[in-house]
Design a protein around this ligand. Structure first.
Ligand SMILES: [Zn+2]
Ligand SMILES: [Zn+2]
Length: 297
């Protein structure tokens, strides 16, 4: 009896610790990279680290067993991720490194403590991300692109980068100007981008994390699962990418402690292959009205 309760206590503690552990340990690796002047290399190491942790946690502390079964979308998820990160984000990095996108003249807050700059960067860029995301749910034409992300029927870390590249471009255009113009240093921008990457992969993981009061402040797996509900009355909520601040202010925060999301996905049809998923937003009505039954399930 005592052993059982000890095991339960250990499990509960692990469930509470997993989310902050992944975030803080990844941030520590990046901080080490900054101290060595090798932040790009160490960011990549930290990202590999968080992937390794989540693979382990998804296996050891699975949230939903039915989400561990293959849905035939792993290849499409990886292709979208490579196209998304590979083209859109590399374009941004190239823009900053070649001086086409510059922060130097605008970095009038660079003498502020770094943590404050990062906080300001998170809050301001989040405003753009929030409205871009909310518009992608509320405007049917934008939903065509964003529905590619929502069309999966299970959540796990490989879904993280599954975005139509037009959807990614919209997010970058909506948030990057805020980030560049809010006056923070390039280092702070790197921190904001890294934290966004860490929180993004955490929100999609299939590990049973219990985030408690953190659910009020940050976007967590517990909140993001509601956002993926097939019921749009529930899913049109929790738009924040990192923070819940703007959801709390604009009334779109949703969390029910004693229940869990049931079916996730979209009401519309989505083709199963990567190339068709790229094409389908442009021929949306024709595809929806067609007899073709190429559901992602
Ligand atoms: Zn969404
Ligand atoms: Zn998502």
């Amino acid at each position: 009896m005592r052993n059982v309760s000890l095991e339960q206590t250990k499990l509960k503690l692990t469930q509470v610790i997993m989310w902050p552990f992944c975030l803080l340990s990844s941030m520590s690796i990046l901080a080490l990279g900054f101290s060595k002047g090798a932040e790009t290399l160490y960011f990549n190491l930290s990202y590999l680290w968080i992937i390794a942790c989540l693979l382990l946690f998804e296996r050891r502390f699975t949230y939903r067993v039915d989400w561990t079964r293959t849905d035939g979308q792993t290849g499409a998820n990886i292709y979208h991720t490579l196209l998304n990160k590979g083209l859109v984000q590399v374009a941004v990095v190239l823009g900053i490194s070649t001086g086409m996108i510059t922060t130097q003249e605008e970095a009038f807050l660079s003498d502020w403590p770094l943590a404050l700059q990062v906080l300001l960067g998170l809050i301001t860029s989040e405003l753009g991300l929030y409205w871009a995301h909310r518009c992608s749910h509320e405007y049917p034409y934008l939903w065509r692109f964003h529905s590619v992300h929502h069309s999966v029927k299970r959540l796990w870390l490989v879904n993280t980068g599954r975005f139509h590249f037009i959807d990614s471009i919209i997010s970058v255009l909506a948030s990057l100007p805020f980030l560049l113009l809010c006056g923070i240093s390039t280092d702070a921008i790197v921190w904001v981008s890294a934290i966004t990457a860490y929180i993004g992969i955490l929100t999609h993981c299939n590990a049973d994390m219990h985030c408690g009061f953190l659910n009020k402040v940050f976007n967590t797996p517990q909140l993001h699962r509601w956002h993926h509900s097939i019921n749009s009355r529930i899913g049109n909520s929790n738009y924040g990418e990192n923070l819940m601040l703007w959801d709390q202010i604009f009334g779109t925060y949703y969390y029910k402690e004693d229940s869990a999301v049931d079916v996730i996905g979209i009401q519309e049809k989505m083709p199963s292959t990567f190339t068709k998923q790229l094409l389908v937003p442009f021929i949306w009505n024709r595809y929806q009205d067609s007899g073709e039954d190429a559901d992602t399930g």
